[in-house]
Design a protein around this ligand. Structure first.
Ligand SMILES: Cc1cc2nc3c(=O)[nH]c(=O)nc-3n(C[C@H](O)[C@H](O)[C@H](O)COP(=O)(O)OP(=O)(O)OC[C@H]3O[C@@H](n4cnc5c(N)ncnc54)[C@H](O)[C@@H]3O)c2cc1C
Ligand code: SF4
Ligand code: SF4
Length: 446
């Protein structure tokens, strides 16, 4: 004879609003409800239709103000108390949907960084990403891996080990010599499906932006572009911070239901990690290749951009003297050029100066321009709008010259000079010249 133990159904309760606690955050509770039982009042507070509520607790968990709780009738409370006392098995202890999702997500492990290269030359942003990737991998307790694609690119795997990777997934074939979206997407998706990384980071460069978007679409996951901060939350989710709404707020974006989590980061946003000569790792040489016939694109010639034709690459400069609307006219930028020449640097600009036609677009620093990380950034007549700051605030030293003492640029400045730039800039240039004549370099007390 067998005795079948009767399972007691665990009551799920219904959500209810706690008086005075709702901060009208924008109806997160309503959008999280899977059965549409939350209506919003004109003041932005929820009204929960108890008869429809299935007690899933999604609204309770998402509410940033802890303004919602689960309500249990006295009978349900008694059942809960009995269950707790008897430790009887209960039905629906675990949300099967959540358990299934957790199982799927757990299949993905490891932080991958794409090592971008052109004709075997790596892009520096790849090493910067290995630096930030190392921190993420450490927090997650997983390996930091490089994703190396090209022809004869094994030296890039070794270089990736020097910058912190312990494993490199390599696709090496003539088909990958030039970057072509189709071939790289096929190759990357093959590796992703086979080895299942939980995070993939790529440079927000022309190639990285193109490839990341195509891969994310193919593997049906989320992608956050132009991240300025990356961290891990307590559920292993990647918290991807980036400017949003025209740069007026910093948004933290998560992709908590899909893997891999993908982000792009612009060059110079993350610091370059120390290079460890001789560091070793494992190279996984995957033979996967793509047939030339299946690729529609042919690379006929690589035409380098203006930087290699005598143009200026402000992203690699150690000293940048930037001018904004306070420069008043294009000819006044000659004054900044003189200072930049003395320092061995380049001239940058705010968007206002570029929009006014005073400087070319490739000099623009900021959210829609370049991100720079020089040793010294001198901001002349630039107010310090957030869209400008995100492009230069990680410079080693910021010197701001502005006649308005309340200009926001002073909040990120190491040294602030309140004054008329038309007097201050020539004075600095002359002082440096004098010091050079006396055989001294520029110093901190100029
Ligand atoms: C979606 C979006 C993207 C954007 N992207 C960028 C971007 O990439 N880069 C960027 O720079 N901006 C960007 N902007 C624009 C940004 O919001 C600001 O409008 C811009 O940065 C302001 O440029 P500015 O500081 O040169 O001009 P202003 O804000 O007009 O500041 C001029 C400053 O010069 C000072 N000044 C004037 N005369 C003198 C003087 N004689 N001596 C000393 N100081 C003087 C003034 O006190 C003032 O602080 C973006 C905006 C949006 C909406
Ligand atoms: S507990 Fe679930 S079903 Fe009930 S209101 Fe909240 S989100 Fe909707
Ligand atoms: S999520 Fe919380 S704070 Fe936001 S509207 Fe709903 S109850 Fe109010």
């Amino acid at each position: 004879m067998s005795v079948q133990q009767q399972k007691t159904k665990k009551p799920r309760g219904v959500a209810q609003l706690l008086d005075g606690k709702c901060i009208a955050c924008g109806a997160r509770c309503q959008s999280s409800c899977p059965v549409n039982c939350v209506e919003m009042t004109e003041t932005g507070e929820p009204i929960i239709e108890a008869a429809k509520c299935i007690g899933c607790q999604k609204c309770v968990k998402i509410c940033p103000a802890s303004a919602l709780e689960m309500y249990f009738t006295p009978e349900e409370q008694k059942i809960l108390a009995d269950l707790a006392a008897s430790a009887l098995p209960t039905e629906e202890e675990i949300d099967p949907e959540a358990a299934d999702l957790a199982r799927k997500l757990a299949e993905y492990r490891g932080v991958w960084v794409l090592v971008e290269q052109i004709e075997g030359e790596p892009a520096k942003v790849s090493w910067e990403l290995l630096g930030v990737g190392a921190g993420l991998a450490k927090t997650l307790g997983v390996e930091l891996c490089a994703l190396v694609i090209g022809e004869n690119v094994e030296h890039l795997c070794t270089e990736a080990f020097a910058y912190g990777a312990t494993r490199a997934y390599q696709l090496d074939s003539p088909i990958y010599y030039h970057y072509r979206t189709e071939a790289y997407v096929e190759g990357c998706c093959h590796l992703i499906e086979k080895y299942k990384p939980e995070i993939i980071l790529m440079g927000a460069t022309g190639m990285g932006r193109d490839l990341a978007g195509a891969i994310a679409t193919r593997v049906a996951t989320g992608l956050t572009a132009d991240c300025t901060g990356l961290a891990i939350d307590d559920k292993r989710n990647l918290m991807q911070t980036r400017p949003a709404f025209g740069g007026n707020i910093m948004a933290t974006i998560m992709c908590d239901k899909f893997r891999p989590q993908m982000s792009t980061v612009r060059p110079n946003v993350m610091p370059l990690p120390l290079r460890q000569e001789g560091a070793e790792g494992v190279i996984v040489r995957d033979p996967f290749t793509v047939s030339e016939k299946s690729i529609l694109t042919k690379v006929i010639e690589i035409i380098r951009d203006s930087h290699s034709k005598g143009g200026v690459d402000i992203t690699g400069a150690e000293f940048i003297v930037s001018g904004g609307r306070g420069m008043m006219a294009p000819e006044n930028f000659a004054m900044l050029q003189e200072l930049a020449d003395e320092l061995g640097g380049v001239v940058g600009a705010s968007r206002s100066a570029v929009d006014a036609g005073w400087m070319p677009g490739d000099r623009q620093v900021g959210q829609t321009g370049k991100t720079v990380r020089p040793k010294i950034y001198i901001a002349c007549g630039i107010s310090g709008a957030i869209q400008h700051l995100v492009g230069m605030q990680d410079s080693d030293m910021v010197i701001a010259i502005n006649r308005d003492s309340s200009a926001p640029i002073f909040e990120v400045a190491t040294y602030g000079i309140v004054g008329d730039l038309f007097q201050v800039v020539p004075a600095i240039t002359n002082t440096i010249r004098e010091r050079k004549k006396q055989g001294q370099g520029p110093s901190r007390d100029i």
